[in-house]
Design a binder for this molecule. Structure first.
Ligand code: ASP
Length: 327
């Protein structure tokens, strides 16, 4: 076993989700409410508090469907502040799984620290038979406390796996192995309390975007494309004041006639349009200089987050095109 430093110091930030939820009886797996504060959650898990010196923080305690840009920005600033503090070795964030991948990707783009930042959730409420939250949380704390986690970027620890936030995606509505990365992004595992890595991602030295001065993000919509799709979502996005549209397009980002017309109209009105794919895996390749930009390896949710940050920083179309290719 690798020698551990005397006592790692972690900050545990509770934000809510199923991991903090309880239901009326032990067999209810989906009808639950967020009821547990982070301190109580930690105290209820045998051995969890012994992993490290843990300081708890609770900026909010909600189902992750209720997360807003303001809350995510607040969380990101807190994560960055703690990661920079000399007396903190790592940060763990408990989070609802429904939108966990969005927060994880946002942190991936905005917080770059060699110190581990690990997101964790649960698919079953704390009151359930075989609740997965307690072990997931212990594994996340172990991952954050382990020096081997340094320099691997923002991580997601779920169901014994450690996945790069860049690749984390919820792929099942109810199962405990919901967070697959489908071959990409599984960096390691926690088995019987042992953290073991097999991969180290190739990350830039600094985060792609600084959080400094970022108080809000411009609105960007995602429009799903499909057979015989209508054009009205594009007109509605323009009318609503959106600054960009990400099309969750078919196949390799191919657009229905309405989507192509909608994007052309949006571009004329100054919106930046991006073609991502509704297919879970694979790239969207570049179609050339004109028309919507290709999302390349980003899925629609990730492309939206990247586009909002890019627009907030005043990047032009060419700069955004380069960014999407790089991410
Ligand atoms: N609805 C929950 C949430 O995202 C689901 C979960 O955490 O698993 O907060």
């Amino acid at each position: 076993m690798r020698p551990r430093p005397a006592r790692p110091r972690l900050v545990l930030i509770g934000t809510g989700g199923t991991i903090a939820a309880t239901a009326g009886d032990a067999r209810t797996l989906t009808g639950y409410r967020v009821t547990q504060g982070i301190e109580a959650m930690l105290a209820a898990i045998p051995g969890a508090a012994e992993v490290a010196d843990i300081r708890c923080e609770q900026p909010f305690n909600v189902d992750s469907r209720e997360l807003t840009t303001a809350r995510v920005l607040r969380l990101a600033r807190a994560v960055e502040r703690h990661a920079r503090a000399a007396d903190v070795d790592g940060v763990v964030v408990t989070h609802g799984t429904d939108s966990l991948e969005e927060t994880a990707f946002f942190l991936h783009l905005t917080v770059r620290s060699p110190k581990p930042v690990v997101l964790v959730g649960a698919m079953r409420p704390a009151s359930a038979l075989s609740a997965d939250g307690p072990l997931n949380l212990v594994n996340a704390l172990l991952a954050a406390a382990d020096p081997a986690s340094r320099g691997r970027g923002v991580l997601v620890a779920m169901n014994d796996r450690i996945v790069a936030a860049r690749h984390a995606a919820k792929r099942h509505t109810t199962r405990v192995d919901a967070f697959g990365a489908d071959g990409a992004g599984v960096l390691g595992a926690v088995t019987d309390g042992q953290v073991r890595y097999v991969l180290r991602p190739d990350l830039p030295d600094t985060a792609e975007f600084s959080l400094a001065g970022l108080r809000a993000l411009p609105p960007v919509d995602i429009v799903l494309d499909y057979q015989d799709a209508p054009a009205h979502p594009y007109a509605a996005a323009i009318r609503a004041g959106s600054r960009g549209i990400v099309v969750a397009a078919m196949g390799n980002g191919s657009l229905s006639p309405a989507a192509a017309q909608g994007c052309a109209l949006a571009a004329r009105r100054g919106l930046v349009c991006v073609r991502a794919s509704r297919v879970p895996d694979g790239l969207v390749t570049d179609s050339g200089a004109s028309g919507p930009l290709a999302a390349h390896a980003l899925n629609p949710l990730q492309a939206r987050i990247a586009l909002r940050l890019a627009l907030a920083r005043g990047m032009d179309r060419a700069g955004i095109g380069d960014l999407l290719r790089r991410l």
